[in-house]
Design a binder for this molecule. Sequence first.
Ligand SMILES: *Cc1c(COP(=O)(O)O)cnc(C)c1O
Length: 427
Amino acid sequence: MTVEDAKYIREKVMAHNKWFEECIPMIASENLMSPLAKEMLISDFADRYAEGLPGKRYYQGNIYVDQVEIKALELAKKVFNADFADVRPISGTVANMAVLFAFANPGDTITTCALAQGAHISTCEFGAFGQRSVNSVNYPFDEENMNLDVDGTIKLLKQVKPKVAQFGLSVFLFPPPLKELQDTFNEVGCLVWEDCAHVLGLIAGGQFHDPLREGVNIVSSSTHKTFPGPNHGMLLGQNLTEEQEKKLQKAVFPGVTSSHHLHAMAALAITLAEMDVYGKEYAAQACKNSRALGQALYELGVPVLCEKQGFTRSHAIAVDVAQFGGGLECAKLLEDANIICNKNMLPRDTSSVRPSGLRLGSQEMTRLGMKETEMKQVAEFIARVVVKKEDPAKVKEDVKDFKRQFSTIQYCFNADEPAYAYHKLVQ
Ligand SMILES: *Cc1c(COP(=O)(O)O)cnc(C)c1O
């Protein structure tokens, strides 16, 4: 009964859509694409192939694809003030694999952060780093500041002399201390790479930090976290030699991609154009919101990490819910109240299955127009479930009422334009 199966699947997707309209979205690695960007995903680009670089393709039919990709590259360089960009990696992990293919041979030493310090799985032993058989060495971490221990890191870099020094986290509260490490990078002669998957949208808007001005040679990233684009990836570069740029391009194709999801590439180009206009305002508000959320939760008796440092400089905060049953239980209760977030390991945790923390992100709520006042309201919903152990079903009704006022995506081109065929098609 294939039609029934298709109907079933479509109904489930529609049910998901409706559910998320009624939820407060707080997963720090997610976001909402603008209607115009989303429209690109159902364009004919989705059905086509392109391999290689604009003007040097292996297939015909890429006239307009080339024009879009050239524009995407131009916008990426402008928005991030970069002298190299590649918009073909199909995800953040694939972008990381391309950097590994280009610049690290099996056995080479790369310094990086550890999983329990908030690193992403792709930079761990059982992720892409391990698959590439690099010798990865972890930096010493200062748990109190949720950042690298500067003196220890300088010592480590001098001792192991890595070929590549890699930075970037998935619980990314504070920027890495790159300025303090600059002299050591020069002394060791390593390539400096930062994985900005979580904070790319903040960087585009001039918040958090500016890696390409702080000695970073290569930025790898996803384009769907604080950067509100499609599920895709991107590479940026500064002060690379022509040979290094070519190596990176070759690592992307044919190294780790064939076609590069042209519809997503077009959606990325649209999002870059939107971030060029609205990025500053959006990123500043997302950072203000995460701090306001941290402060409000703290005042309601929920321990938030790094109170002394203002909780965060990014879109994310880390919350310690050990005394309220732990991350797993709290995340589930919150889901029952239509508040979507994830359990997360905190520095001293040993179990990733039953960690003591929650990670909360402000970026998607920001996209929906929420400001500091709304963060207080959201903190209260959370406290009712987590601290007061109110029935989540009851809180859920209030969450739904609250969410109704925030259904339009902000910081993007006018959604009333007739070009938005997407909305008409899905309704
Ligand atoms: C999310 C994330 C990635 C992976 O991104 P995908 O696009 O899901 O492959 C890589 N690195 C970091 C630091 C991340 O947070």
